[in-house]
Design a protein around this ligand. Structure first.
Ligand SMILES: Cc1cc2nc3c(=O)[nH]c(=O)nc-3n(C[C@H](O)[C@H](O)[C@H](O)COP(=O)(O)OP(=O)(O)OC[C@H]3O[C@@H](n4cnc5c(N)ncnc54)[C@H](O)[C@@H]3O)c2cc1C
Length: 636
């Protein structure tokens, strides 16, 4: 396997523009002859499907929800970054690029990140034109707030529902194309494998989740925009349905999986309240604009927060990182919370919590202003915890939230399988070892609206593609494999539920490959995961039949894939003998407990090749930094 990133030559500021000129075009009449499959209808998938159809391609779009509008992107709360510099506070494309490379702890590809920053400004124009109701100032201009890892205000938002509003925009664009007959939309269809013919991705095999029918779909190119794999940890802020099946099955067919161990822990989530829980709730990073994070100065202080005087509180982020304060990046804020709790200064049941306190902001701005900015988030918090955050501080704790790793893609967003493109959270591209808040929506929409429409044309125009359809023997073969796997799952009829095994896997991952990792723990996890996988295949009980709506079967297929991906994640974490961003190896830290990179040995993206029946093979894409110089990150 060869990793050819295909980054264009020339100055970073003009790479994308020149590349767009140099890429081949498909003429408008010929576009009609091509079919592109888009799996996923979140921000990345919906924007790609709508844009490709608008260009004239025939598009088949798939999602597993009952409507594309219910993709997980709908959950995004806080906002989307763009270097518009509306605040006149010193922002620029270069600054957004710089912040993102630094925020990712120098483990992202510079050229991709620069392009992302460049395209960020177009995204806002596109969404405003669609009618996305971004928050506005009194005078009508778009409002901004700040997110972690930045000293400027560049985050555009629609109260605490930014993802929902952006998705409605993309969904309308998609539905317009459905109405025009350019997109055929298949909801409630789960992709279970990709089909390769002559080494190229030529289609997918799906299961109709209502009837159980296994079907083949042929195309000239395939785009996966299937989201992240955070649910490998069982408890996460992701929607319960989020899974890795599409990218994992593609990985097993030859797509390299890059940096699987780069997972993001979000510092501000509602702490888990017990073993019954199946999901965690995020409290948006936007709250750190006005909320102050603190713990009692003294370990074991069990007084109510209002009884702890100012001089007995530790606003630890403001103390440790005065220039960024409560807006330090997520990896740093999460580890600082963990340290405070490990020291016995955590609050709430089990001592696994820190305060996020709005008392000062309410005093300074008034409750109405706070309600205006964060009303729906406060209401959500109160409904879940029965505490009123206008009166008492929120209690928060870090939780798994996002995955920076994903399928390796080149500059054109193509994986190591020709024709298989990967967009949004499903690819590994732009966030390095730690994603900055409000940058996922930006990346998904940049990929879908502004990158893939050009790069897929180049692929189609420069590749010889034989005509194929679903009757090709390769489709029949993959359909049979998919059917056999389903039969196997249904035939086990063991004693354990899918959930119980998933929960056990999640705990193993959180304990050994979560916020802090070390060689011993990772080796333990690597020994236990195969045992758990064996237990699954021998003793899981998948109820019901294939020919019906069967959530137990859906979950089983996804957990089977998580049980394989988990092993690769731990292996990647073990081999990366350094700390960077969200990957914190306890053996590699500065005297102040910060992540200690080893640029001499690990300044690369690790891309793993699946080898059937054997240990996966690691390839390296060396990363070079010409514009943001490699330094120890500091937010002090
Ligand atoms: C609670 C929460 C809040 C967030 N807030 C923000 C924020 O404020 N700002 C920000 O920038 N980011 C935020 N993020 C991150 C961001 O929401 C996601 O990274 C982003 O929305 C992912 O978009 P996507 O299009 O790549 O994938 P998704 O939105 O996850 O969509 C995946 C799509 O793929 C489909 N799919 C998946 N597998 C299959 C399959 N096998 N077959 C068929 N279809 C399949 C699904 O049906 C779905 O349509 C937040 C994340 C969470 C969890």
């Amino acid at each position: 396997m060869e990793l050819r990133a295909g980054v264009p030559d020339g100055p970073i500021e003009t790479k994308w523009e020149r590349h767009r000129f140099e890429m081949k075009l498909v003429n408008p009449a010929n576009k009609r002859r091509y079919t592109v499959i888009v799996v996923g209808s979140g921000l990345a998938g919906a924007s790609a499907a709508a844009s490709l159809a608008d260009l004239g391609y025939g598009v088949l779009c798939f999602c597993y929800q009952d409507s594309p509008r219910r993709a997980h992107s709908i959950a995004a709360q806080g906002g989307i970054n763009a270097a518009k510099n509306y605040q006149n506070d010193g922002d620029s494309v270069f600054r957004l690029f710089y912040d993102t490379v630094k925020g990712g702890d120098f483990r992202a590809r510079e050229a991709n990140v620069y392009r992302l920053a460049e395209l960020s400004v177009n995204i806002i124009d596109q969404c405003v034109a669609q009618g996305v109701p971004f928050a506005r100032e009194y005078g009508g201009s778009l409002a901004n707030r700040s997110f972690g890892g930045a000293q400027v205000s560049r985050t555009f938002y629609a109260r605490g529902q930014t993802g929902q509003q952006l998705l409605l925009g993309a969904y309308q664009a998609l539905e317009r194309q459905v109405g025009l007959g350019k997109v055929r939309m298949f909801s409630r269809h789960e992709m279970l494998d990709v089909v390769l013919i002559d080494g190229k991705a030529r289609g997918i095999v799906t299961r109709d989740m209502v009837s159980g029918k296994i079907e083949s779909w042929a195309a000239d190119a395939v785009c996966l925009a299937t989201g992240g794999y955070g649910n490998v940890f069982y408890l996460s802020t992701n929607a319960k349905g989020c899974n890795a099946t599409a990218i994992w099955r593609a990985h097993k067919k030859g797509a390299a999986f890059a940096n699987p161990c780069f997972t993001q822990i979000h510092p501000t989530c509602i702490p888990a309240s017990g073993a019954h829980q199946s999901k965690l709730t995020l409290m948006s990073e936007s709250l750190r604009n006005d909320g102050r994070i603190w713990v009692p100065l003294t370990a074991g202080d069990a007084r109510r927060p209002d009884q702890i005087p100012e001089n007995e509180r530790d606003y630890y982020l403001e103390r440790l990182y005065p220039s960024y304060g409560n807006l330090t990046p997520r990896d740093i804020a999460s580890r600082a919370a963990k340290r405070a709790c490990d020291e016995g200064r955590g609050v709430g049941p089990g001592g696994l919590g820190v305060y996020l306190d709005f008392a000062d902001a309410v005093k300074r701005l008034g409750e109405d202003v706070i309600r205006e900015k964060y009303g729906n988030l406060f209401e959500m918090y109160e409904r879940i915890t029965d505490d009123n955050p206008y009166k008492v501080p929120m209690r928060i704790y870090p939780a798994i939230h996002y995955t920076m790793g994903g399928l390796w893609v080149d500059y054109n967003l193509m994986s190591t399988i020709p024709g298989l493109h990967v967009l949004g959270e499903a690819n590994f591209s732009d966030h390095g070892a730690n994603r900055l808040g409000a940058s996922a929506l930006m990346q998904g929409l940049a990929d879908g609206y502004f990158i893939i429409p050009y790069t897929i044309g180049h692929f189609l125009a420069s590749t010889k593609l034989e005509k194929v359809d679903g009757s090709h023997p390769e489709f029949r073969k993959v359909e049979a494999e998919v059917g056999q796997r389903i039969e196997k799952l249904l035939g086990i009829r063991g004693k354990r539920t899918v959930d119980s095994i998933h929960r056990e896997l999640g705990k193993l991952m959180w304990d050994h490959c979560g916020m802090a990792r070390n060689a011993k723990g990772l080796e333990q996890a690597l020994a236990k995961i195969p045992e758990l996988r064996q237990e699954f295949w021998e003793n899981v009980n998948v109820l019901g039949e294939n020919e019906e709506l069967n959530q137990s079967l859906e979950k089983a297929g996804r957990v089977a894939d998580f049980l394989e991906l988990a092993e690769l994640l731990c292996l990647d974490a073990l081999e990366r003998q350094e700390s960077c961003g969200g990957h914190f190896r306890e053996e590699y830290q500065t005297s102040e407990g910060e992540a200690l990179r080893d640029d001499a040995r690990f300044c690369y993206a690790a891309a793993w090749e699946h080898v059937e029946g054997s240990r996966p093979k690691r390839h390296e894409e060396t990363l070079t930094f010409e514009h943001v110089h490699l330094t120890q990150r500091s937010y002090k």
